[in-house]
Design a protein around this ligand. Structure first.
Ligand SMILES: [Zn+2]
Length: 544
């Protein structure tokens, strides 16, 4: 059957040429090389702006911005001249992906969303563009959120949220909670229709235009409609509402109620142990973070990005026939220890190993969808709430029920924020405080406080409205991926040496070469389902 053999050979050659970074179209190959330089110059400039280093390969920021401007122009020029007709399917996809990133992520004038040029005060101006208003409100999280005044000291937002789990006296918790007031006021004023946040929403909705919001793209990622997303989120919150116990709690006590495991383990989770615990754990999963060369910038300092994130410095690619590996960096502000923050760093390292595992041609060297990206980072991170993990990496474990409640109380807040954003982007003129109060009192049993904008404690809400769905709905995918991994590979709560190579081969290495919905379906062997998360929630129900 020579025909079949021939076809097979063509398919094989095509897929190999994709893997090896070569394409059949010289024009695409040429554009792709420029695109790779553009992406690298972007990564280097954002790293310089983050404060991790001030020069790279002997060039300073000014020189790198020149490279960026030049490559941006060349890439736009080359890409605009390529017609999709006559291209192979993979080349056509490469063209589409590069054009999309050029539009959304590599603006003509360099701009890093983790270091916007605006100031918090700018948010009061009435005529800002969406991007500038997002930038100004993000700056509020740096200027005010990282400078909360509590008991004569300044604490970061991240530390404050950790402290709310640990402080034993309720009046002090209440005081710390209200230390967020300047941030809430900067974001949402007195909740009037002209507040900065309420002015931002219609801009976000109209910018989404035909291609949809982050919620629509998250829905597409798992192959459902955005209506279905909303009903899944409600279903999950409702399951939690039923097993939670039903006792109403003040918002400043919500974190403390979920913080029993954090408190039980506070002596064995000092911040100085974070990096070494991560190294040991990931080594046991088959990923050596030191060997992978992940760069860390974890000290809190003035002006630092208000939320933890992981990003590329440079992306892996073939140089003279040899693979030059990806370089990633993690930025965080760890002024205090604690299980919640340790979990956050395990999550960031989850992003890092994901990015390091991508091994494809330049056009596809990025994570394929925000929802998948966030959900995957939690696959290893959720283990920090498992007794087996705690025993092995901390030397002692909190009671299982307390750990589970700790994990789920923070997951449920994410789900609540996701539902909040689904609803408010649907009705951008609605009152955000009333909407948040309805969701949190009904599902999380949190006492109603519509007079304060306490939902505004996550930077993503203003930096990228709609992004919280990637955590809230992401938890559905995390639970599903974890369950499937256990079925295929066995337990990995306390390490599993096959985990990284197996996950890399089956899930991570494709980058943007494959459509995420198709990839997830191929990996799971069925559509994504909320059942695994619903089962997880049932674990805290009192045993009958
Ligand atoms: Zn993340």
């Amino acid at each position: 059957m020579p025909k079949t053999t021939c076809l097979l050979a063509v398919v094989l050659a095509l897929s190999l040429s994709g893997r090896a970074g070569q394409t059949s179209s010289p024009a695409v190959t040429e554009a792709e090389a420029i695109y790779a330089d553009l992406a690298d110059s972007y990564g280097v400039i954002s790293t310089i702006d983050s404060g991790l280093f001030s020069t790279y390969q002997g060039k300073d920021r000014v020189a790198w911005e020149r490279v960026y401007n030049q490559k941006r122009k060349q890439a736009a020029d080359k890409l605009s001249k390529i017609s999709v007709s006559g291209l192979s399917a993979l080349d056509a996809r490469a063209l589409e992906v590069m054009n999309r990133h050029l539009r959304n992520d590599f603006p003509e004038q360099f701009r890093d969303e983790n270091a916007p040029p605006e100031h918090c005060q700018d948010a009061q101006r009435q005529n800002l563009s969406m991007t500038s208003l997002e930038g100004a409100l993000s700056a509020c999280f740096t200027e005010l959120g990282n400078n909360l005044e509590f008991e004569g000291k300044h604490v970061t937002r991240v530390s404050a949220l950790g402290m709310l789990e640990e402080i034993s006296e309720e009046p002090r918790r209440k005081k710390l909670f209200y230390a967020f007031t300047p941030l809430w006021d900067a974001v949402n004023g007195k909740d009037g229709a002209a507040s900065p946040y309420r002015r931002l929403l219609p801009l976000v909705v109209s910018a989404a235009g035909g291609h949809g919001t982050s919620i629509d793209s998250a829905a597409r990622t798992i192959g459902v409609s955005s209506r279905e997303v909303e009903s899944w989120l409600e279903q999950i919150l409702d399951a939690w509402r039923q097993v939670d116990g039903g006792e109403m709690v003040e918002p400043w006590n919500y974190f403390y109620r979920g913080g029993e495991a954090t408190r039980a383990l506070s002596a064995v989770t000092p911040k100085d142990s974070f990096v070494s615990v991560n190294q040991r754990y990931y080594r046991d999963l088959g990923a050596d973070l030191q060997q992978l060369g992940v760069l860390y910038d974890l000290e809190a300092r003035p002006g630092k990005a208000p939320l933890a994130y992981t990003d590329y410095v440079t992306r892996g690619r073939l140089v003279d026939g040899k693979w030059r590996p990806t370089v990633v960096r993690i930025s965080g502000s760890y002024a205090t220890g604690g299980l919640g923050l340790l979990n956050e760093l395990v999550h960031e390292n989850g992003h890092a190993v994901h990015m390091m595992a991508i091994h494809v041609r330049p056009a596809f060297m990025d994570v394929s969808a925000a929802l998948f990206d966030e959900a995957f980072a939690d696959v290893p991170a959720w283990n920090t709430y498992e007794p087996a993990w705690q025993r092995k990496y901390l030397g002692q474990a909190a009671p299982e029920a307390a750990s589970l409640r700790g994990l789920l109380s923070s997951v449920m807040l994410d789900v609540a924020w996701a539902l909040f954003e689904c609803r408010i982007l649907h009705t951008p003129t609605a009152d955000p405080n009333a909407m948040w109060t309805d969701i949190t009192s009904r599902y999380l049993h949190i006492v109603r406080h519509p007079e304060i904008s306490w939902w505004a404690i996550r930077g993503q809400l203003v930096q990228m409205p709609g992004y919280m769905v990637n955590y809230g709905l992401g938890s559905v995918l995390t639970a599903d991926l974890r369950q499937h991994t256990r079925e295929e590979l066995g337990p990995f709560e306390a390490g599993n040496p096959q985990w990284y190579s197996w996950t890399g081969d089956h899930l991570l290495h494709f980058g943007e070469e494959m459509d995420t919905a198709a990839l997830l379906k191929q990996f799971l062997g069925r559509p994504v389902s909320p059942q695994a998360l619903l089962d997880q929630i049932q674990r805290i129900a009192p045993r009958k």
